[in-house]
Ligand binder design. Structure first.
Ligand code: NAD
Length: 328
């Protein structure tokens, strides 16, 4: 019987790059027609690998995947797979942690610059026939010398800092793994309070965890400088969106850039959607042709490695070693 690999979902035009690698290795590719739990649980029952992007790989899906040896995330965040259950069942979980750093940091920096320059509301004024109606009484920072506060100083946070330095920004970072007062590549590590009170722009680059859920609510927004801008290209659920809408409406926060919201798609009645200086993109910060082709290939290569009994490049659940179904 063929070794089957299930692709739960993908958001790029074709699966040719990963299919080529998987078929050359002798595997059969099954593409799920939809990513409901019932469909995935049914299809997972005779596959040896699951490749997933935004689909939820739940306890039920994993339990029904009795032969599965690897759940390979097409992406970085692994909040949509039940890692504890995968480990318990001996299934390796992998991700591709560094395929889109340039894309996400371009997206975050692009949002900061566009929000600060008020490109969206000013364009709307002009397209609405109001060329002479723009009143220049809104906060607009000179980026050279402005302070960018980065929350989460991992791969993406550090990549953003390098680009922001190119604009002449002063960069502060908060990350529980870095001691306050340390300086890394010209970036000073500070407390979250200091990020909030000193930054003109705040950008979030943390994973969604119980400890980061709702980490920015009214209490934190009230600490931010009047006229500051906030950007979230990480995960929905980090910001309490109703609180953010209130702070945008009052003018305390001058702009918000969100590549991720919760729920998705956003509720049409969400007060965020009617704010003037907001940019919302549909979780596309990771995307470029180059980044997705790299992602497709590297995810498939992880599957081939594990199904051939080799250690994957990026194993998330190292506790699986010694008792994994693939013999790792
Ligand atoms: P990373 O693991 O390299 O860095 C994350 C950093 O966050 C770590 O240094 C960690 O110590 C820090 N952190 C954890 N809890 C924190 C807290 N409470 N406060 C401050 N810092 C905290 O991850 P990365 O590659 O930089 O990616 C960051 C996140 O970006 C991912 O988890 C993913 O959710 C998101 N992401 C989004 C897209 C997109 O398309 N929008 C694409 C890629 C990644």
């Amino acid at each position: 019987m063929n070794t089957k690999v299930l692709i739960t979902d993908y958001v790029w035009p074709s699966t040719d790059p990963e299919r080529e690698i998987l078929e050359e290795a002798g595997f059969e590719v099954i593409i799920a027609p939809d990513s409901s739990e019932a469909t995935l649980a049914k299809l997972a029952s005779d596959v040896e690998a699951i490749m997933f992007c935004f689909a939820q790989v739940t306890e039920k899906v994993l339990e029904s995947a009795g032969n599965c040896k690897i759940a390979a995330r097409y992406g970085i965040g692994v909040d949509n797979v039940d890692i504890d259950k995968a480990t318990e069942l001996g299934i390796a979980v992998t991700n591709v942690p560094d395929y889109c750093m340039d894309e996400v940091t371009d997206h975050a920096l692009g949002m900061i610059i566009a929000l600060n320059r008020r490109l969206v509301p000013h364009t709307k004024k002009v397209t609405d026939g109001g060329w002479d109606d723009v009143v220049l009484d809104q906060p607009m920072h000179r980026t050279r010398g402005a302070t960018l506060g980065i929350v989460g100083f991992g791969r993406i946070g550090r990549s953003l800092a390098r680009k922001a330095h190119g604009f002449g920004m002063k960069v502060l970072a908060y990350d529980p793994l870095i001691d306050v007062g340390n300086e890394i590549d010209g970036v000073r590590a500070v407390t979250l309070d200091e990020i909030l009170t000193k930054s003109d722009f705040v950008s979030l680059h943390v994973p969604l965890l119980p400890s980061t859920q709702n980490m920015i609510s009214a209490a934190e927004l009230s600490q931010m400088k009047r006229g500051a801008i906030i950007v979230n290209c990480s995960r929905g659920g980090l910001i309490v969106e109703d609180d953010l809408a209130n702070y945008l409406a009052s003018g305390h926060i001058a702009g918000a850039g969100l590549d991720v919201v919760e729920p998705t798609p956003p509720d049409p009645s969400s007060a965020l959607l009617s704010q003037e200086n907001i940019i919302i993109t549909p979780h596309t910060a990771f995307f470029s042709q180059a980044s997705t082709i790299e992602l497709e290939k590297r995810t498939a290569q992880e599957v081939v490695r594990v199904l051939r009994g080799h250690k994957p490049e990026n194993l998330i659940n190292s506790d699986v070693l010694g008792r994994s179904r693939s013999g790792l």
